[in-house]
Design a protein around this ligand. Structure first.
Ligand SMILES: Cc1cc2nc3c(=O)[nH]c(=O)nc-3n(C[C@H](O)[C@H](O)[C@H](O)COP(=O)(O)O)c2cc1C
Length: 275
């Protein structure tokens, strides 16, 4: 075949495509395990960060496995009752084997939400969820880190909220996965915005005196001057009202009766009875 012929050009282009696609899929296959391990570390880092243990300035990613092992206890909770279940009840050896996102798409392990219930726009809610308890230095259980998710403008945001053992005082909030616009909705990752959730001078609280979820993310600049109202308000993201509203709704959902409220009530009563 002549080098200048159309057939030769097509053959070279075809062979180039085959070589490149083999290289790309080979790399994807070989890196699969490493990518999965990185996702686990990113999630663990966010749990530690929500709990105020991982400090970007003090730690790096290689510290995550040790910090996680030292400080975090992974439990599974039945959301409708708030009961802690043994992993074996669900057929798992350990809590880490339970994938709650997979459970959310299994009709046997989830509940289809009505449009009225589905304020976080997740369609199905799994019946069981992970709950992460933070070990104090004396070995007792302290803070509680709860996974949550909900729709913003372009995507589902996945994150964690950290509460004191009173189930009421907020200590941190992080998102580890979303596809909101950088600079707009993506500002949920901005350390300055996140610091509002862990500011010791402006502590925020989940529930109002009636026991209902009262924490909300206001429109940008919408936080009240009234200290009683401010206790339950966090300033929203400017130019990203829809993401802001999504964060507010996902908090209302996951801290409410279809989320962790039953579990948090049990924690509160065991804390106050000293169990
Ligand atoms: C390219 C583009 C990306 C946007 N990304 C977001 C976003 O991630 N989150 C969001 O709430 N609004 C985003 N918006 C703005 C929304 O369309 C909408 O105007 C905004 O949420 C209204 O908020 P505001 O009342 O604070 O302006 C985006 C707009 C454009 C044009």
């Amino acid at each position: 075949m002549r080098r200048e012929s159309v057939g030769h050009t097509l053959l070279v282009a075809f062979l180039l495509c085959v070589v490149c696609s083999t290289l790309v899929s080979g790399a994807a296959y070989l890196l699969k395990d490493r990518q999965a391990a990185n996702v686990v570390i990113e999630v663990q880092k966010n749990i530690l960060s929500a709990a105020g243990i991982y400090d970007e300035e003090k730690h790096n990613r290689s510290d995550v496995p040790e910090l996680y092992e030292k400080h975090i206890v992974d439990l599974i909770v039945e959301l409708d009752t708030g009961r802690i279940v043994e992993p074996s009840e669900l057929g798992f050896e350990s809590a880490v084997d339970f994938n709650q996102f997979k459970a959310a798409s299994d009709p046997e392990l989830s509940r289809k939400l009505t449009s009225e219930e589905d304020i976080a726009i997740i369609k199905h809610r799994e019946n069981y969820s992970h709950v992460y308890r933070v070990k104090n230095t004396d070995g007792s259980l302290g803070k509680i880190v709860l996974p949550m998710r909900g729709y913003g403008l372009w995507s589902t945001l996945y994150g964690f909220i950290s509460l004191d053992a009173d189930g009421q005082t907020i200590r941190g909030l992080t998102f580890y996965d979303h596809k909101e616009t950088p600079g707009l909705g993506g500002e949920v990752d901005n350390p300055k915005w996140k610091s509002q959730w862990s500011d010791p001078d402006e502590t925020k609280y989940v529930y109002g005196p009636d026991g209902n979820v009262q924490i909300e993310v206001t429109k940008a600049g919408g936080v009240s001057n009234d200290p009683e109202k401010r206790k339950h308000q966090v300033d929203g993201l400017s130019g990203a009202t829809i993401t802001t509203r999504g964060v507010s709704y996902l908090l209302e959902f996951w801290l409410g009766p279809l989320g962790f409220k039953n579990y948090l009530e049990q924690v509160q009563s065991s804390e106050t009875s000293g169990e």
